[in-house]
Design a protein around this ligand. Structure first.
Ligand SMILES: *Cc1c(COP(=O)(O)O)cnc(C)c1O
Length: 231
């Protein structure tokens, strides 16, 4: 990798992504302000997050509770408007730690987890916004409820457990046409009266914006390649 003066900085890459989001939104008559950019900082250190904060970014995504606990408490203290999203699978026994640190939990995918989040919320007096993750590609190894189970799980999370369910999240299968998955997620959200759609990553966030994403989760295009795979 070249370290020449012409290589783009993190701030440059952030502006580039923001510009493309705005262009995609305007292209179909959406207000760019209706799309939130989540900077996915997993595997990158606190210094990288600080560089993004210095460039004005305030919304971040992490996929592991423990990794986020190592980086974010101090940053959240320094930047009270920082908003942290959990975008990776959550074990029930980590629900309390997640509720304590994260403002938004995007990976709610089973009733036992919803119950654990509700119990932790009551105990800690913190009620994170939640997204139901839908495994739109019905992949065995992937988290998320099956599309056919989504309506029932949404109702249980909202009505039985009292979670603040804002919307739905999906991660399309690698190699699949993402728009089919984004359209399916939008359809499930609509029939359940949910307004928020968390969909789109570095490779497909413009497609997601065109199909109604209200949040896109972008890591590589902002922070560069990850040195080691995130679990
Ligand atoms: C890592 C990750 C992203 C970001 O992926 P990039 O391709 O690096 O933009 C988005 N969503 C989830 C759930 C992730 O785990």
């Amino acid at each position: 990798m070249s370290l020449s003066e012409s290589s783009p900085t993190l701030a440059d890459r952030l502006r580039h992504v923001e510009t493309r989001i705005a262009k995609a939104a305007r292209g179909i008559g959406r207000d760019p302000a209706a799309v939130t950019l989540i900077a996915v900082s997993k595997t990158h250190d606190a210094a990288a997050v600080e560089a993004a904060l210095a460039a004005g970014q305030r919304v971040f995504g992490e996929n592991r509770v423990q990794e986020a606990e190592g980086k974010f408490p101090a940053l959240k203290a320094a930047f009270p408007d920082l908003e942290l999203h959990l975008i990776g699978p959550l074990q029930t026994n980590k629900a309390k730690d997640a509720v304590a640190l994260f403002d938004v939990i995007e990976s709610v995918d089973r009733e036992r987890l919803a119950a654990a989040i509700a119990a932790a919320s009551a105990k800690l007096g913190r009620r994170p916004r939640c997204f139901i993750q839908v495994n739109t590609g019905e992949e065995d190894q992937k988290a998320g409820c099956r599309p056919a189970e989504a309506d029932a799980l949404i109702a249980l999370c909202r009505d039985t457990h009292g979670l603040d369910v804002a919307g739905l999240m999906c991660i399309p299968p690698v190699g699949d046409e993402p728009s089919l998955h984004f359209a399916l997620l939008a359809k499930i959200a609509k029939r359940n009266g949910l307004k928020e759609l968390s969909m789109g990553m570095s490779g497909d966030y413009e497609v997601a914006v065109r199909l109604g994403a209200t949040q896109v989760r972008v890591g590589t295009a902002i922070f560069g390649q990850r040195d080691y795979p995130a679990a």
